[in-house]
Design a protein around this ligand. Structure first.
Ligand code: MTE
Length: 322
């Protein structure tokens, strides 16, 4: 992100991969080279994932149409998803969230809902999340730093949650805020960003069936480092839109400010849709490194979700509205 001076493409694979996986891959590469095997993209994924994690199991997950089968790609292993994170509230290093979010207790949790809405108020986590109707969503997740993962999330469609709040007709945007509590989130003692972390979506983006409020991954409660207890996931946008540990959802008439746009307006726009043709000013977005893989792969427009989202941007100049 902004304060990172190395280009994403310069990151050594040993830096972006937990050591055990890196060693495994080296072993695989050696074997592959020895046996004359090449790489096969999109290897066969395991059919069940619920047993691989370590958090509390979530009950009642309804399989959705955005399943692993529909993504057709190998899941990023649990260890990588939970140990290679961006969560600046707990430090700017990739392993900092795993280390420093350990003692963060995300329960009890409340979310304030305000602005242009019929049912404003302070909702408890339990008000918002019915454990019996959770869905699984396997999504590709593309970070602006040009790495990506495939993550099996668990949660609720954002549209379903929003409908309960009853947005008024003049609500054009939804703004989200992360908890601001430097006593519990030590990274907030440094002003690497203006806290709280803020994000926003246009109303139609928020209501798009892909937009998701995750409360878990790999069939288990969301680990702290991944944004417990509740975080956004918008898979066609760069990962920084997927704001973690949300405490406020506001419905607004005007486009809300967002953290990375405030911090570097030339580098991070409001929309931040994955676009391989629009380079970040300091690095290309044409390719990405899938965590756990060695070779880079081409990035896809809207991260491959064009069919679901492209119609929302018809007629917009994507060089201007990045
Ligand atoms: N949300 C908050 N509150 N603080 C952050 O620093 N980082 C963003 C996003 N959400 C961030 C955040 C970025 S840059 C990315 S790539 C994703 O979280 C990373 O999500 P993950 O750690 O679950 O992979």
């Amino acid at each position: 992100m902004l304060i990172k001076m190395t280009k994403a493409s310069d990151i050594k694979s040993s830096e972006i991969t937990p050591k055990a996986i890196f060693d495994d891959r080296r072993r695989f590469l050696k074997t592959a080279a020895f046996s004359g095997l090449g790489f096969v993209a999109g290897s066969i994924a395991p059919s069940s994932f619920a047993s691989e994690g370590r958090g509390k199991k979530l009950i009642g997950i309804e399989p959705s149409k955005w399943t692993q089968k529909s993504v057709g790609e190998k899941l990023t292993d649990y260890e990588s998803v939970t140990s290679y994170n961006n969560f600046y509230e707990f430090g700017t290093g990739k392993q900092d969230p795993l280390t420093y979010a350990k003692d963060f207790n995300p329960k009890p949790w409340t979310v304030v809902v305000d602005g242009e809405v019929e049912n404003p108020g302070t909702y408890s986590y339990e008000d918002l999340v019915n454990p019996h109707t959770l869905e699984d969503r396997v999504y590709r997740f593309r970070c602006v730093e040009a790495w990506s993962m495939v993550v099996p999330w668990v949660g609720i469609g954002l549209a379903d949650m929003i409908k309960r709040f009853g947005p008024k007709n003049n609500a054009k945007y939804v703004a989200f805020e992360t908890l601001n509590d430097p006593d519990r989130m030590h990274g907030q003692r440094r002003r690497v960003l203006e806290w709280p972390y803020r994000e926003g979506l246009r109303m139609d983006e928020a209501m798009n069936p892909l937009s998701f409020m995750a409360v878990g991954l790999y069939g288990e409660e969301l680990p702290n480092q991944n944004g417990a207890p509740i975080r956004l996931v918008t898979p066609w946008k760069y990962g920084f839109k997927s704001i973690k540990s949300i405490v406020r959802i506001s419905f607004t008439k005007k486009q809300p400010p967002t953290s990375w746009n405030m911090s570097g307006p030339r580098e991070y726009g409001f929309y931040s849709n994955v676009n391989p043709e629009k380079s970040h000013p300091r690095w290309s977005q044409a390719k990405e490194r899938r965590i756990g893989e060695f070779l880079k792969r081409p990035s896809l427009m809207y991260n491959g979700y064009g069919e679901e989202v492209a119609s929302m941007y018809v007629g917009m100049d994507l060089n201007k509205f990045y």
